[in-house]
Design a protein around this ligand. Structure first.
Ligand code: BG6
Length: 455
């Protein structure tokens, strides 16, 4: 059956930077065929040729535009005009496209209006599994707006047709967390507060807000990163073994542990990079945070006393996303080996820019010396793999096309993630203007008293 992807918001950053490269790769891998279609909707009256010329200036990757041109169609479209939805419906039907994905690469406040148009025009009928609808994050701007949006969506669509994106879930090493944890018995036995000293979840970026000032200034790091990507990573690390490894059971286990997660509001550090106020489309007196540090705990027996540290921000010293599991030392370590390095055993899930798993441990220095040093077992996920590894959006689009919901967030996950941050959202947290990450580290260490080695 011929498939189509309809993208609302095709002149946005996300389409240029993520969706077009993902579509290009899917075509190269023959996961999208030449008679499949990608409809690009936007309220500019331009030709496909012109669209492609504009896109070429935005897309960083080398795409095969000649092949892409065969599957792309540009549609002049107004989100608030029902006739445009109806015309689109006729166009899809007349061209024989009945297996359709509608991708809303739009701000969340537009979700209800577009969902209504899609439903009222008959583009999607509630319960019809051949029609799926994809929503980008953030899903809402706070708990209340997320609930309102979701209520609206459930009027028009069945939950089985709704795909809520968190692109971190499509990343190779995030998919790998459950495999490493549950396919290796060694971790099954040790994955709790008895053995684990703390968990550090980091997503540092070197870029600033770039052309996304308009979006970012209303959202900030707390809602842009922590509420979604970082909490999803925490859920995968903290959850207990699901009943099965089927989509719904994994989601149940995530929701359960997220319900136990409490942020310590007194630990929170907000920062804003120096120069943020001069960026495009940022309010002159903006108090939006571009950095957040927060400490949290899972309030359950498995994790009692083991803190989780979240760190994310823009314009920092490096682009690095990883999860560090810091293990406790043997209680008698220094009696056994007086020169052993304390706090030296850790497992690191390297999410980006490299993908892999690193295990750091105490080992004897080679040679005549009795010194103890750090050794590393370093697995590179992509280095020795001959074949295709996928980018997150490619995997997620592929899964939507194939009705696979495992890597998408269910409503109750979104709801509990908003609940977790809602207390902080309403607090007046001081904002530190920073020049670099060292500046923020100093604040975390001195003002918040957090052991810097954990960072
Ligand atoms: C997006 C955020 O969800 O994730 C961006 O909106 C952020 O602000 C991006 O830059 C980071 O994703 P990645 O895959 O580059 O780590």
């Amino acid at each position: 059956m011929k498939k189509s992807i309809v993208i609302f918001g095709s002149t946005g950053n996300l389409t240029y930077k993520k969706l077009l490269p993902a579509i290009d790769n899917l075509i190269r891998q023959k996961r999208l065929k030449k008679d499949d279609r990608v409809y690009l909707l936007a309220r500019h009256d331009i030709s496909l040729k012109q669209y492609i010329e504009d896109a070429k200036k935005q897309v960083k990757e080398m795409l095969d535009w000649t092949v892409l041109e065969e599957v792309l169609e540009f549609v002049y479209f107004h989100l608030n005009q029902i006739e445009d939805y109806q015309k689109l419906n006729h166009r899809l039907k007349d061209s024989g496209y009945t297996d359709n994905v509608f991708y809303l690469a739009l701000p969340p406040k537009l979700f209800p209006e577009v969902a209504k148009g899609i439903s009222a025009s008959g583009l999607v009928t509630k319960g019809d599994a051949s029609k799926r609808i994809v929503f980008e994050k953030p899903f809402g701007e706070n708990l209340e707006s997320a609930r309102t949006i979701n209520r609206e969506l459930w009027r028009y669509f069945d939950e089985s047709q709704i795909y809520r994106i968190d692109h971190y879930l499509g990343k190779e090493m995030i998919q790998n967390i459950l495999v490493v944890r549950f396919a290796n018995r060694i971790f099954g036995q040790t994955w709790n507060h008895n053995t684990i000293r703390n968990i550090v979840i980091i997503a540092k970026e070197t870029e600033g807000v770039m052309s996304r000032g308009n979006y970012y200034d209303k959202i900030g790091a707390l809602k842009d990163m922590l509420q979604s990507h970082l909490l999803q990573m925490a859920a995968l690390i903290g959850m207990t073994r699901p009943k099965t490894f089927q989509s719904e059971d994994i989601k149940d286990a995530k929701v359960k542990v997220l319900n136990d997660l409490k942020l310590d509001s007194s630990s929170v550090v907000f920062g804003q990079y120096n120069g943020y106020l001069d960026e495009n489309k940022i309010a002159d007196d903006s108090q939006t945070e571009t950095f957040i540090f927060a400490k949290a705990h899972f309030m359950n027996d498995k994790w009692r006393g083991t803190p989780i540290y979240f760190i994310t921000g823009k314009k920092l010293d490096e682009k690095r996303s990883e999860i560090i599991i810091n293990f406790k030392d043997d209680t008698n370590l220094n009696q056994i080996f007086s020169n052993a390095k304390p706090n030296n055993t850790k497992l690191v899930f390297k999410v980006a820019p490299e993908d892999g798993v690193k295990f750091q441990l105490n080992v004897k220095q080679p040679g005549l010396s009795d010194e103890i040093i750090s050794g590393h077992l370093d697995y590179c996920h992509t280095c020795n793999w001959v074949g295709n590894t996928t980018e997150a959006y490619e995997k997620l689009l592929f899964d939507v096309l194939n009705n696979n919901k495992t890597l998408f967030t269910r409503w109750d996950e979104i709801e509990v993630m908003w609940e977790i941050i809602s207390e902080i959202q309403h607090m007046n947290i001081p904002l530190h203007v920073y020049d670099d990450f060292d500046h923020l580290k100093e604040i975390i260490l001195t003002e918040k008293g957090v052991d810097i080695d954990a960072l």
